[in-house]
Design a protein around this ligand. Structure first.
Ligand SMILES: Cc1cc2nc3c(=O)[nH]c(=O)nc-3n(C[C@H](O)[C@H](O)[C@H](O)COP(=O)(O)O)c2cc1C
Length: 193
């Protein structure tokens, strides 16, 4: 049996919040590691933010994934719980997509795949990026967390003494890998003062 046939699958979605570079770096790291088969969904708004913030096209991003799906493809395998995955990460996650997930409003493949991930009791990590937050937005986070999602905003740990934006990005990517159950040797963990 080939290695490819035995690899677990991971769904990675980018939505239109700031922080497209986090999605890019996560896909690069997953590709380097090679242990999971990545299924990528990029929302229309994420394509725009990706271009503004990184100059990357969605086509270039898709080349980092093993499979890429249109956000309109509600008939894609990942729209069904019978398609087994290790879990899903939405990075970055907009408030709009957070709200869709929190309210089971599965109008696109990102929200549907996230809803499926929750109903199948698989890990779902939402890298929600917005600040400041009003009470309604905080309530959406509570709803999603109650349904089983991990809310993982890209918040720096200054005790790791980041020296560059790349350090900050790598730190958040390390936290995401950790939340999905990957052992990440690059993640600097606090070992006491
Ligand atoms: C440059 C840019 C940055 C944005 N940053 C954020 C953000 O940080 N958080 C957020 O919730 N929405 C942000 N938005 C707005 C979302 O893109 C918008 O709500 C969109 O409808 C999200 O749709 P999606 O979740 O389907 O990608 C931003 C939009 C643009 C153009």
């Amino acid at each position: 049996m080939t290695r490819r046939a035995t690899r677990e699958r991971l769904v990675v979605a980018l939505t239109g919040a700031s922080g497209a570079v986090l999605g890019v770096r996560l896909l690069e790291r997953l590709r380097e590691r090679g242990e999971v088969e990545t299924h990528l969904v990029v929302s229309r708004n994420a394509e725009r933010v990706l271009r503004v913030e990184t100059g990357w096209t969605a086509a270039r991003l898709r080349r980092l994934a093993d499979h890429a799906w249109s956000p309109d493809a509600l008939d894609a395998p990942l729209a069904s719980g019978s398609f087994r995955t290790r879990g899903m990460v939405v990075v970055p996650c907009s408030i709009k997509t957070l709200s869709a997930v929190a309210n089971c409003f599965s109008a696109d493949l990102v929200a549907r795949a996230a809803d499926v991930t929750l109903k199948q009791r698989r890990p779902l990590v939402l890298v929600v990026r917005e600040t400041p937050l009003h009470l309604g937005q905080l309530r959406q986070m509570v709803l999603a967390a109650e349904a089983g999602a991990t809310i993982l905003p890209p918040v720096p740990a200054f005790y790791a003494r980041p020296r560059s934006v790349a350090d900050l990005v790598d730190q958040t990517v390390g936290r995401i890998l950790d939340a999905l159950g990957f052992d990440d040797p690059r993640l600097r963990r606090w070992r006491g003062g």
